[in-house]
Design a protein around this ligand. Structure first.
Ligand code: ADP
Ligand code: MG
Ligand code: MG
Length: 939
């Protein structure tokens, strides 16, 4: 028997079910399921995804598929009691694409297919409404010409506009039959002129064309691009639905609309949606007329409203998820046209998932699987105070690179950002683009804006890492550096003027919009009582359930006591990375740090380090105290030294200026001072030059630096153990882990280990206190991964530094790769940006090798990850699969990682099984048998 390529909606309980999404697509499966349950759906049939892949391979619709289509079309004619192309009562259909997951780029729906000069008369007669019939026809010609024949809409629009103007009418719906007939003639002429052929009149030819166009749309560039981005296989194909038309444009007792079973922004249980009377298809979303709120339907068409509410709530219960539905009412009679899981904000996602557990609709596991981990970020970022936000207009839009709202005074340079921040001012840093040299300024700013760059630009990555709102690629901005002015779409502001940005939407506003911490953050920071926040309660419960499920531990990347406290409040089980270099950026520390670096002799250096010691000790103390006995991984100094040094070009300018403006000769006191200053500057300049590297990121950094200058790591170890000793002495438990960065060879680690152990011994002896600690290393170079067995002999733990490991594995720098990475992803060379989500085949393989070798060489070696990937859900899943012990990420990402780690366990158990457990019966009415017309036949 030939394979089945076409299914009637609800053809039989076993055929056309919701779990046939692969074959019927999401739309088709839901239509079938509704039909089976006796919900009023206009009859029709689905041509399977399988037929689509065949069409793709053969370049044509195979004869067997065509035969089955004809067969089902005949069946549909019989059920509807109408014939395709009939001069009295024509059958009209819609042709709708529908893949397993809905995606952009697929063919738009064609309505009213089957109309031609003969059948339009039939429709006019049978409906008794010629205006309606010609309205349907002109809509059909325009839609079909555009989406199937590929003609531009503009000339058609022009015809309509002219006709409206001539008839002095505001909207198309006010045109009468005569005027519409003329429009149709003009439309037909456009088609003839542009294609050299008349508009197809044979309904069967129309149908064939539309079906082929649906299948063809699977391979549009937009669809392909979307699939790549979302990991959807090209092999799936789309299904095609052919469905009898019902008409929402038959007067005021007819309508079309869309809605949600709950509020998609807040998650609250309310019937939410919009509709338009006397309208068809997507008029509601097209914004031609302003739609009415669904609640108003109750008074206009009470019966249809009650039925709609009843049906959609049943659908929600049945699918166990919030539904997004589409419906049409024809002369008072309701028809459902689509239902699917509705898109929602993070807040709504959390709220709906937990509410549904309480309502007994889903299990806790399903709730945990349901919420997309990154959506949780939306619950944590500061928000604009809605009342204040409403007062202002948007000046420009860029890419929403790092979510949250921020408001501050405009600065153009990192130096200004630092100065202003130290003076207690909030600043937004606006740059053409940012670079690692700007880090201190980015730290100081409350928000970041760049003119160029995309989602993976330096500003975007660092913004997300720091949890700072960022809008990047905002090309409407013109920076005039010399005059410190910023032009935005005709408006000009200057340094110090207020500017607000919303990194969640990409909006830039030229005003001081009030922001406030999100409700969840207000609770975790103790500013709001938990009992006062429904959303916090939901957030907390969902994450509790996740914690019960997950195996991976979750730690935080935190450099300060404040970061650590926030991380703890968000559920961190330790610190996986404390970067000590970040501790030297403050105004009180930078000069001391520079002194240390510029020192030419060991005693000089020791003197400078001595000044840093108490500051560093205080930092560690704060971390230990905050974490109260949880593990704290502290990494010794890592970055290239130039990040702490003045810029050589600027120094040179300063020297020249000094030379030109002051007299350095003569004997006066002033002259002497000037000469001394000049000499000092020149000496710094010379030192900066001597330390400058051609490729600092691959240069003298990490343990390479502390091996040559061991005084640094000695000081850091001393600060660490003294802080630990102090904690222990005061009854605060500690669990320190010292982590050596950028090790490529076991010998490097062995050397550093010796230094740390020696200092630890000294401190313990001196204080008379025993401190238990671990020494470990970052695995961030391919060579470290490959020699992990030798390294494990000196390391009690490994932490994958996947940022550097990705750079060194691919051999491209994160800060420069932005120029071509996007292209690589577009071209399909790489499935996604490897700095966002771990490259499993390359970087991941090195990780796998390191885990294997490390565990073989040292049983129980603790292994984690502390790159930015630690907060990326897909990478967390990968770490789970690799069997790591923990992931470490920025504090705000902790909830994301907790949820992703739980989902990894559920995926392992098999989510499908979770989902297909018995559902509430959807049975609405006994499914109808369609004899006669669709109208009224289901009562
Ligand atoms: P999308 O995939 O963009 O949601 P749909 O296939 O759902 O496209 O079609 C868009 C709209 O067209 C529907 O919401 C509905 O209003 C209208 N429509 C589709 N099929 C029919 C039909 N058989 N009768 C009446 N209207 C229809
Ligand atoms: Mg569409
Ligand atoms: Mg739809």
């Amino acid at each position: 028997m030939p394979r089945k390529y076409v299914y009637s909606f609800g053809e039989g309980a076993a055929e056309g079910r919701d779990d046939m999404k692969d074959l019927l697509g999401g739309k088709g499966a839901a239509l079938a399921e509704m039909c089976n349950a006796g919900i009023p759906v206009p009859p029709g049939f689905t041509i399977t995804t399988h037929a689509c892949t065949l069409h793709r391979d053969l370049g044509t619709v195979p004869a067997e598929v065509s035969r089955q289509i004809d067969e089902h079309l005949a069946l549909l004619e019989e059920r509807m009691g109408r014939k395709f192309g009939d001069a009295n009562e024509p059958l009209l259909v819609s042709v709708r694409s529908g893949a397993k997951v809905s995606m952009p780029g697929m063919m738009d729906t064609v309505l009213n297919l089957g109309l031609n000069p003969k059948s339009v008369q039939g429709l006019a007669k049978s409906s008794g409404d010629p205006r309606f019939a010609y309205d349907a026809y002109r809509r059909f010609i325009m839609m079909y010409s555009n989406v199937v024949l590929g003609l531009d809409r503009a000339p058609f629009e022009a015809v309509l506009t002219t006709a409206r103007r001539k008839a002095r009418r505001q909207s198309d719906s006010q045109l009468d039959a005569k005027q519409l007939e003329k429009i149709i003639a003009a439309f037909e002429k456009i088609v003839r002129d542009q294609t050299g052929k008349p508009f197809p009149r044979d309904p069967h030819a129309q149908l064939r064309g539309a079906i082929e166009a649906v299948f063809g749309s699977w391979d549009t560039e937009r669809a392909k691009h979307y699939r790549k981005l979302h990991d959807i296989s090209d092999a799936l194909g789309t299904a095609c639905n052919v469905q009898a038309m019902v008409f929402g444009n038959r007067g005021d007792r007819s309508a079309t609309g869309v809605g949600f079973t709950r509020n998609p922004a807040t998650g609250e249980r309310e019937f939410y949606g919009e509709f338009l009377q006397n309208a068809q298809g997507e008029d509601v979303v097209a914004g031609i007329r302003t739609p009415l709120l669904l609640a108003e339907l109750e008074s206009i068409l009470p019966e249809a409203y009650a039925e709609l509410q009843d049906i959609t709530l049943r659908l929600e219960r049945h699918y166990g998820d919030m539904q997004d539905f589409e419906f049409t009412i024809e002369e008072g009679k309701l028809f459902m046209l689509q239902t699917r899981a509705g898109k929602r904000t993070g807040i709504a996602a959390v709220r709906v998932a937990t509410d549904m557990v309480d309502e007994g609709l889903i299990t806790r596991e399903e709730a945990v699987i349901r919420v997309e981990p990154v959506q949780l970020l939306q619950l944590l970022h500061p928000v604009f105070d809605p009342a204040d936000r409403a007062k202002y207009e948007v000046a420009a839009r860029g890419i929403n690179a790092s979510p949250g709202a921020a408001c501050g005074q405009l600065v153009f340079t990192p130096e200004d950002a630092v100065t202003e921040a130290e003076a207690g001012n909030k600043v937004v840093l606006v740059r053409h683009e940012t670079s690692p040299d700007d880090i201190h300024g980015m730290h100081a700013a409350v928000g970041l804006v760049t003119v160029t760059g995309g989602m993976t630009s330096h500003a975007a990555v660092v913004g997300r890492q720091m949890g700072k709102p960022a809008v990047v690629g905002c090309e409407a901005l013109r920076i005039d550096t010399a005059r410190e002015r910023l032009q935005i779409n005709g408006q000009t502001i200057g340094r110090g003027d207020w500017l607000s940005i919303d990194g969640t939407t990409g909006e830039v506003i030229l005003a001081q919009v009030a922001t406030m911490p999100s409700e969840v953050v207000q609770v975790v920071t103790g500013k709001l009582h938990p009992s006062k926040s429904t959303i916090f309660a939901a957030f907390e419960r969902l994450l509790d359930w996740a914690d019960l499920t997950r195996r991976l531990r979750v730690r935080a990347n935190a450099d300060t006591g404040a970061d650590a406290q926030m991380a703890l409040a968000l559920g961190a089980e330790g610190i996986g990375l404390a970067r000590t270099e970040h501790m030297f950026f403050g105004a009180d520390r930078m000069p001391k740090m520079q002194q240390m670096i510029l020192a030419r002799t060991e005693p000089e250096r020791r003197k400078a380090l001595k000044k840093l010691l108490p500051l560093q000790r205080r930092d560690f103390l704060a971390l230990f105290k905050a974490m109260n006995g949880l593990p704290v991984t502290i990494r010794t100094l890592d970055p290239p030294l130039h990040e702490f040094l003045p810029n050589p070009t600027e120094l040179k300018v300063e020297i020249e200026v000094l030379k030109a403006t002051t007299k350095t000769t003569g004997k006066g006191k002033q002259a002497k001072a000037a000469a001394a200053e000049l000499e000092a500057l020149e000496s710094v300049y010379e030192r900066v030059l001597s330390l400058s590297e051609i490729n600092p990121m691959l240069g003298w950094r990490g343990c390479r630096l502390t091996i040559l200058v061991p005084e640094i790591i000695e000081m850091q170890a001393q600060a660490l153990f003294e802080a630990a000793a102090k904690c222990i002495a005061t009854g605060v438990p500690v669990d320190p882990e010292i982590m050596i960065p950028l090790v490529g060879d076991a010998g490097e680690l062995a050397l550093q280990r010796e230094v740390v152990q020696r200092v630890a011994g000294e401190v313990m002896r001196k204080r008379g206190i025993h401190i238990t600690y671990k020494i470990g290393t970052m695995i961030e170079l391919p060579r470290a991964a490959l020699t992990a067995d030798a390294i494990a002999e000196h390391a009690e733990f490994f932490s994958f530094g996947t940022n550097d490991l990705t750079q060194t594995t691919f051999g491209f720098s994160r800060d420069d790769a932005g120029k071509f990475l996007g292209h690589y992803v577009d071209q399909g060379i790489l499935p996604r940006n490897p700095f966002v989500s771990i490259d499993r085949e390359g970087v991941g393989e090195l990780m796998r090798i390191a885990v294997g070798k490390g565990r073989t060489a040292r049983q129980g070696v603790k292994i984690g990850i502390c790159g930015e990937h630690g907060g990326d859900p897909q990478s967390v899943g990968f770490c789970h699969d690799l069997g790591l012990d923990y992931v470490s990420c920025s504090p705000y990402r902790i909830p994301v990682a907790r949820l992703a780690a739980a989902q990894a366990v559920l995926h392992e158990r098999g989510v499908e099984e979770l989902r297909t457990r018995a559902r509430k019966n959807l049975r609405y009415k006994t499914p109808p048998t369609y004899h006669g017309t669709a109208r009224g036949s289901t009562d």
